[in-house]
Ligand binder design. Structure first.
Ligand code: DOR
Length: 443
C-alpha cells in the first residue's frame, strides 16, 4: 500500500544541521524528508495527513547514543518492544543499545537476534553496540571486524571499565581499522569498590561508601593517553565530573580523536537526590554536585561535550526496593529526558538550539554513515530519513512512572512537574507515537 504524505504544519522547525530555525511546514514523503519551507507552500498533490504543530517545535528525531534495552536475557527489566516504545514516547527515533545483555552482544548471533526482534516489535531504529571484550570480562577482544560487518556501530563494555591497559590499547588499535568508536565507561574500580554514591558530605551523612570523582578521571586520563597513542576514536560515556570536562577539553586541544556524552540526570540532579536513601537516584557514575553540573553545561556549550545520551537503565522493583548499598545502579530515562532537559532552557542555562543539536545532529555525527547508520541521520535535509520529533515546550505534565511504556519505573523524578512534552514522533514517515491531544487530519 502506498503511504500517504505527512505534512507537519505551522511549527517552529529547528534543524541545527542546516542552521534552520523558521516557522513553517515540513513534508515527509515515502519515508523521507521531502521539503521544508514557509507555511502553505508545500509542493503537495492529492491526499496527505496533517499534524498541526502551531506553537510546537519540529526537529530531527532524537538520537540516543546510549541506552539499555536489556534484551536478550533481562526481559523482566525491559524488552526491545517496551524500550523502543519508551524511546518513541521520548521523541527518540534512533537508539543505540548497550552490550551488557545476557548473552552479551559479543557474537553475530546476538546482533542478528536484536535485528530480528527490532524488525518484529521495534518502534524506532535500534543500532547495536557490541562488547569490547568477550563476555565483558576484560580478557579477550571480540571479533570486531565480524561484528562491524553484522551491524555493530561501536564497541563498549559499558557498566564496566576495561581495566587492563594493554587490552584497551589493542581494542583501540583494532577498532580503528573500521573507524568505529570505542565507548568507555571510565571507572577505576579499585577506588569505587563497594561505593554506592558520590564521595562527599551526603555520603558521609548517610553512612554510605562514596565513589570519588578521581575514580572517573583517572580512567579517563588513561583512555585519553591510549587514544593519543593509537590515533583511534574514543567516545566517553556518561561524563559526570568537572575534572572530566577539563581533561576532555585538553585532549581535544591536543587533537586527540575524542567525543563525549552527558546524561540528562547528570545535567539536572545532584547527589542530594540520594538523601532519604532514594535508590531510584542510585546511578553509575553517581549524581555529583552543583559545581560539576555547571562544568557539564559549560562543556556542552563550548563543544567539549558533543552529545546528550540517556543511559536509560531500566530495573525491576525488586532490583531497586532494597537496602541502598544492594540496589542496582541506573535510571529509566527515555521518557523524561526532554522534559528534564528543557528545565535548563527554561532557566536560561542552555539555549534550545544547542539542546536540540546535542540530541540530534551531533550524536548522529559521532555515528557517521557506515551502514547500518542511514545517510542523513539527525537532520531534516531533503532525502534524509523521515525521522521527526514534535514537542510542545510549554506544556506541563507530572511524571508518573506507572504510565511509562518502559518496564523500568525507576526514576527519581516521580511526581515531579516537567515543562515540555513530546507530542509526536515519526520514524521513516510513520507516526510511532502521538500524544492523546494531537489530532491528525486529512488535508
Ligand atoms: O547506572 C548505570 N546502569 N550505569 C551503568 O554504567 C550501567 C547501567 C546498567 O546497565 O544498569
Amino acid at each position: 500500500m502506498k503511504e500517504i504524505p505527512l505534512l507537519i504544519s505551522g511549527g517552529r522547525i529547528i534543524d541545527p544541521s542546516q542552521g534552520a530555525d523558521m516557522v513553517g511546514d515540513l513534508l515527509v514523503l515515502e519515508g523521507k524528508i521531502a521539503w521544508l519551507g514557509p507555511g502553505g507552500s508545500a509542493p503537495l498533490q492529492g491526499d496527505c495527513a496533517v499534524i498541526s504543530a502551531s506553537g510546537m517545535i519540529v526537529c530531527p528525531g532524537f538520537v540516543d547514543l546510549h541506552c539499555h534495552l536489556r534484551e536478550p536475557g533481562f526481559e523482566q527489566k525491559e524488552t526491545i518492544a517496551t524500550g523502543t516504545q519508551a524511546a518513541a514516547r521520548g521523541g527518540f527515533t534512533t537508539v543505540c543499545c548497550m552490550a551488557n545483555t545476557n548473552p552479551p552482544i559479543d557474537t553475530e548471533a546476538v546482533i542478528e537476534y536484536i535485528k530480528g526482534k527490532t524488525k518484529e516489535e521495534g518502534k524506532v531504529r535500534v543500532l547495536p553496540i557490541a562488547c569490547v571484550t568477550k563476555g565483558q570480562r576484560g580478557e579477550e577482544l571480540v571479533e570486531m571486524g565480524k561484528l562491524a560487518k553484522y551491524g555493530a556501530v561501536a564497541f563498549s563494555d559499558d557498566g564496566r571499565a576495561v581495566t587492563n591497559s594493554r587490552i584497551m590499547r589493542h581494542a583501540l588499535e583494532y577498532s580503528s581499522l573500521f573507524r568505529l568508536p570505542v565507548i568507555v565507561h571510565c571507572e577505576d574500580i579499585a577506588l569505587t569498590e563497594g561505593g554506592a554514591m558520590n564521595e562527599g558530605w551526603v555520603a558521609t551523612k548517610l553512612g554510605l561508601k562514596g565513589m570519588p570523582a578521581a575514580a572517573e578521571e583517572i580512567m579517563l586520563a588513561r583512555d585519553l593517553a591510549l587514544a593519543q597513542l593509537t590515533g583511534a576514536r574514543l567516545h566517553i560515556a556518561h561524563t559526570s565530573t568537572a575534572g572530566a570536562v577539563e581533561l576532555i577539553c585538553q585532549a581535544k586541544g591536543k587533537g586527540i580523536s575524542v567525543s563525549a556524552e552527558v546524561t540528562p540526570h547528570h545535567l539536572t540532579l545532584t547527589e542530594q537526590r540520594v538523601l532519604g536513601y532514594e535508590t531510584d537516584a542510585k546511578v553509575n557514575p553517581p549524581l555529583r554536585t552543583e559545581k560539576d553540573i555547571t562544568a557539564l553545561i559549560h562543556g556542552l556549550k563550548e563543544g567539549v561535550i558533543n552529545a546528550i545520551a540517556t543511559d536509560h537503565s531500566p530495573h525491576t522493583i525488586v532490583d531497586k526496593r532494597c537496602e541502598f548499598a544492594r540496589a542496582a545502579f541506573g535510571i529509566s530515562g527515555l521518557e523524561t529526558a526532554l522534559g528534564s532537559l528543557l528545565t535548563l532552557v527554561h532557566q536560561d542555562k542552555l539555549d534550545l538550539i544547542t539542546l536540540i543539536s546535542k540530541l540530534t545532529t551531533e550524536p548522529a555525527q559521532i555515528l557517521g554513515t557506515r551502514p547500518p547508520v542511514p545517510y542523513g541521520l539527525g537532520t531534516l535535509q531533503t532525502g534524509a530519513p523521515g525521522d521527526v520529533a514534535v514537542f510542545a515546550p510549554q506544556i506541563d505534565w507530572v511524571v508518573d512512572p506507572k504510565a511509562f511504556a518502559s518496564k523500568g519505573k525507576n526514576t527519581p523524578l516521580k511526581g515531579q512537574q516537567l515543562v515540555g512534552k513530546v507530542m509526536a514522533t515519526i520514524v521513516e514517515g510513520k507516526i510511532v507515537y502521538q500524544d492523546e491531544t494531537i489530532e491528525i487530519k486529512p488535508a
